[in-house]
Ligand binder design. Structure first.
Ligand code: SF4
Length: 676
């Protein structure tokens, strides 16, 4: 008898690989199932639809078990329908966070997706093994098993109109799950052609309860950790197998908040000093232990992307999303440290536009908070209503009169071969575009301000410029609002880019999930989504387009700076000259970032080498101007060139390919400047 069990964490690939990390979630499920049932059943793990479809044709499975996230549900379900058409007895299991918590909504989920036989909620390892054991008892006959109405922890299914729900249980000793790295299960994903980012989990659970987040529900509040020794062995394993990939990610929800994270960081630092890897570490950082997080950031010496996801600076909004249990004081400490840390570290904060109670004024105040605290990258998102979260319940929608629309998730689009059929697939999400406190026009204006912040503030593009203005008592945020309000300053090219951005913000929105699903796969519309013409990452894409007009941006900034200096009585020949030459310095150091071989020679009357040593924290009135011009060479080091090429390779086929590099820590990639 065929004994194949196929598990997959599918990703879209129509616009390049959408989910760029190793298929970690389902690998734990397979790893544990292999340990318990490996002698009886053949397990395989997949990430790519084409490989899975081929395997289904060549060597069909008994069970198909797919991870279900908002970014792959339609791809997974299209595959399920096709696989069931080949074999109606195939057992289909879905698992993952994209599932409602209320019984009536669960029933609706099964009604809309009748080919799903079982759904596993919360942690999947033990539930999947228990389900397989039950299925074995009944020769993998779904009907026979369901008839017994057996209760399986963490597992839901329908029998007729009746929903059977197992009670939710957590795994207290996560070390019982064998490491999918150390047992070789993830080896094939190190293939450098895939350019996947290795991801590690050092603990599970989150003590916070944010209403917009699937990890905020009460049964996930306790945190269980893996042994540190095991994490160290995994890190060694990853280093020994990884090729041409500088980045490492942690899936922990609060990395740096726990004692054992210090030991993990120490071990990474040892790898870094011996092998210069990893160069960039991303994780969702802990929210309430700034001292420990800063200690860890010090150990990792500027390679940890440092930030604090605040979502809003407004106390009422934070209360509405139950995030007020996260200490504002902790944020303050963290931000202070981030500003004082390694000058090349990438620091970030995150704000979500449109959360319950948010308004245009409150969104601007949030942005001001980020800019005033000199966070180097402010990430600005729209509020997404995720299945199974409190924010998506009818009560919250009514209370705040949430106005929502549906759109295709960026990058979650593609045409896929299923046997002889070629089927277009898109994924849909619901976003908030207004509420009783935020009109749709306000929402669009906020998005334009987000683009101004993304362009002029993020990635320290004009950091040197704003530091100089600050010395003259001029606020960066006021300058940014001035740029937002004075579109007459924009060049024609900038005006075109901003109009295209506003169009992209308004287009591609649908009124219902069903309408979005149906219309987005119609031939013309689908091609627009596939090419990125509609529904691309409009903020990243248009920021990149503006970035290519760096000279125009500098001219807008110079006019703005002159206006403010005039108002303050600080506009002199000397200050105007300093900022003009500084603008040119920025063009030499930061233009054409995707061309690492490009070297620029330019003359200036300022000693940039010594000003750089002072981190550009200099008073433009007092700075010495040399009579003779000095000649400088701007260039990338060999190490930077390698990093830029690796970063460009992560998204080779993405319509936003080059723009995606702007998600990197650009501070480390800008050209160096030497006197010649
Ligand atoms: S702190 Fe982060 S992971 Fe935890 S509930 Fe809030 S948003 Fe989710």
């Amino acid at each position: 008898m065929n004994r194949n069990i196929y598990n997959a964490d599918l990703t879209h690939t129509g616009n390049g690989t959408m989910a760029l990390t190793f298929p970690l979630g389902n690998s734990y499920v397979v790893s544990y199932a292999k340990k318990i049932l490996g002698d009886d059943l053949n397990f395989r793990l997949f990430k790519y639809q084409d490989r899975l479809s081929q395997a289904i044709l060549d060597d069909p499975p008994l069970v198909l078990a797919l991870s279900n996230y908002c970014w792959n549900i339609e791809l997974g379900y299209t595959l399920i329908k096709w696989a069931k058409s080949l074999n109606p007895n195939l057992v289909v299991v879905l698992g993952g966070p994209n599932f409602p918590t209320q019984a009536s909504e669960k029933k609706n989920f099964f009604k809309l997706r009748p080919y799903v036989d079982f759904y596993i909620e919360s942690e999947g390892e033990i539930a999947f093994v228990n389900l397989l054991q039950e299925l074995k008892e009944y020769d993998f006959n779904v009907k026979a098993l369901k008839k017994t109405q057996v209760n399986i922890a963490n597992c839901s299914y329908m029998i007729g109109e009746q929903l059977i729900e197992g009670k939710i249980e957590r795994i207290r000793d996560v070390n019982l799950i064998p490491s999918p790295y150390l047992n070789g299960l993830l080896d094939e994903f190190f293939d450098p052609k895939l350019s996947l980012i290795p991801m590690l989990e050092t603990n599970r659970g989150c003590p916070f309860s944010c209403t917009f987040c699937a990890d905020g529900i009460s049964f996930k509040n306790k945190v269980y950790s893996y042994d540190t020794q095991r994490v160290k062995e995994e890190l060694n394993y990853v280093y020994n197998h990884v090729k041409n990939m500088d980045e490492l990610r942690f899936s922990d929800l609060n990395f740096g908040m726990f004692k054992q994270d210090e030991e993990t960081a120490q071990h990474i630092a040892e790898l870094q000093s011996k092998y210069s890897w990893p160069k960039l570490i991303r994780a969702s950082l802990g929210k309430n232990k700034p001292d420990r997080i800063t200690k860890i950031a010090n150990i990792l010496n500027g390679t940890l992307v440092m930030g604090a996801s605040q979502q809003s600076s407004d106390v009422d909004v934070l209360k509405n999303i139950k995030r007020s249990n996260i200490s504002g004081e902790a944020y303050g400490k963290l931000l202070k440290f981030m500003n004082e840390t390694n000058k090349n570290a990438k620091t970030y904060t995150e704000f979500i536009l449109g959360l319950p109670g948010d308004s245009m004024e409150k969104h601007f105040m949030s942005l001001k908070h980020g800019v005033d605290n000199q966070v180097n990258t402010i990430r600005m998102f729209q509020a997404i209503l995720l299945s199974g979260t409190e924010m998506a319940t009818p009560e919250v929608r009514q209370k705040f009169e949430l106005l929502t629309k549906y759109r295709v998730i960026t990058g979650c689009v593609g045409k896929y071969q299923f046997g002889k059929k070629n089927i277009p697939v898109t994924e849909i999400e619901e976003i908030i575009v207004g509420s009783k406190d935020l009109t749709f026009d306000d929402y669009v204006s906020c998005r334009v301000m987000d683009l101004i912040i993304e362009t002029f503030h993020n990635n320290a593009l004009f950091e040197e410029f704003f530091l100089g203005l600050q010395k003259l008592g001029i606020s960066e945020f006021e300058c940014l609002v001035y740029i937002f309000e004075h579109s007459e300053l924009y060049t024609n090219k900038m005006k075109d880019i901003i109009s295209s951005y506003i169009k992209a913000t308004k287009e591609g929105l649908y009124d219902t999930y069903e309408e979005a699903l149906e219309k987005s796969v119609q031939p013309v519309r689908f091609e627009q989504h596939l090419s990125g013409e509609i529904g691309s990452l409009e903020l990243v894409e248009h920021k990149a387009q503006l970035y290519y007009q760096l000279k125009d941006l500098v001219s807008v900034l110079l006019s703005t700076a002159n206006t403010f200096m005039k108002k303050k009585g600080k506009l002199t020949k000397a200050t105007a000259d300093y900022f003009e030459q500084l603008g040119n310095y920025i063009i030499c150091a930061k233009s054409n970032i995707t061309k690492p071989e490009l070297e620029i020679i330019e003359n200036f009357n300022y000693n940039w080498v010594s000003i750089n040593k002072l981190n550009f924290d200099v008073d433009p009135i007092k700075i010495k101007r040399t009579d003779n011009k000095m000649v400088y060479k701007f260039f990338n080091s060999a190490e930077q060139k390698k990093q830029i090429i690796n970063a460009l390779n992560i998204h080779p086929n993405h319509p936003n390919g080059a723009p995606m590099i702007y998600q990197q820590n650009l501070k480390k990639l800008y050209r160096n400047c030497d006197l010649i």
